[in-house]
Ligand binder design. Structure first.
Ligand SMILES: [Fe+2]
Ligand SMILES: [Fe+2]
Length: 246
């Protein structure tokens, strides 16, 4: 990414840090007991996933930014981490008002955190964008599964931020990959896609009751997740596929 591109991203994140998206107070906020039972464990897992001090990401970014003389990248990541922490706080606020217990540990969350610590910025971004792309499908499913207006708007608010996150992460990741030899790029793409499919399968198993309520079965959920993956990470393939359908 050029310094000019980074300036545009920095403007975006700075603007949203100064004007964070808010949930209107006057919204209807009724969660039926049956619905609460359906979403409690599931929303708690995603709330936990949104929480992070971001130390590993900041360290990896600082190293990369120093090497490539891109100081704005560090500030962007700081603001990005703050936005994720805000998602965690918004979800926590909703959960507390509805007596939904917070989770402090979860197996998939632990695996994701361990993987992200393994190597530099490129691996971190690959793992992070996988979680965020699947998260976007999940939050949209949660929005359509619930009758609670406040939760619907909360999901939409999180997705609005996340769409920008995945756009930024995918550009960065594709650019990091572009610096590799083509055989390694092909290998990394295959490994990433396999990891993504495995993660989507785990999310399906863990959250299937809620996802089923939103109208998904295993196949259509995986299909939706892969469509997101292709749109952001295989843009050329996605364009070719859409033109061949016409
Ligand atoms: Fe988030
Ligand atoms: Fe995000």
């Amino acid at each position: 990414m050029s310094p000019d591109d980074l300036r545009i991203w920095l403007n975006h994140f700075e603007y949203h840090a100064e004007h964070p998206r808010c949930i209107p107070q006057a919204l209807e906020d009724v969660l039926e007991p049956e619905e609460r039972r359906l979403i409690a464990g599931s929303i708690a897992t995603f709330q936990l996933g949104e929480q992070s001090e971001g130390n590993t990401l900041l360290r990896a970014t600082q190293q990369f930014a120093r090497k490539n003389q891109l100081p704005a990248l560090v500030r962007i990541m700081e603001l990005f981490i703050r936005e994720e922490q805000r998602h965690a706080a918004l979800l926590q606020g909703f959960m507390e008002e509805h007596d939904i217990r917070l989770k402090h540990r979860d197996l998939t969350d632990r695996v994701f955190r361990r993987l992200r610590r393994l190597a530099g910025l490129e691996l971190y971004m690959s793992v992070l964008i996988s979680a965020e792309l699947i998260g976007n499908v999940y939050y949209r499913a949660l929005e359509s599964a619930t009758g609670c207006q406040r939760l619907k708007v909360l999901c939409r608010t999180v997705v609005a931020d996340e769409l920008v996150h995945v756009a930024f992460e995918s550009l960065l990741l594709l650019e990091l990959r572009a610096a590799r030899p083509s055989w390694m790029r092909a290998l990394m793409r295959m490994a990433h896609r396999a990891f993504f499919v495995a993660t989507a399968a785990v999310v399906w198993v863990a959250h299937r009751s809620l996802l089923r309520r939103a109208g998904y079965d295993a196949r259509s959920f995986l299909h939706s997740c892969l469509a997101q993956y292709a749109f952001y990470l295989e843009p050329v393939t996605a364009i070719l596929a859409s033109t061949s359908v016409q």
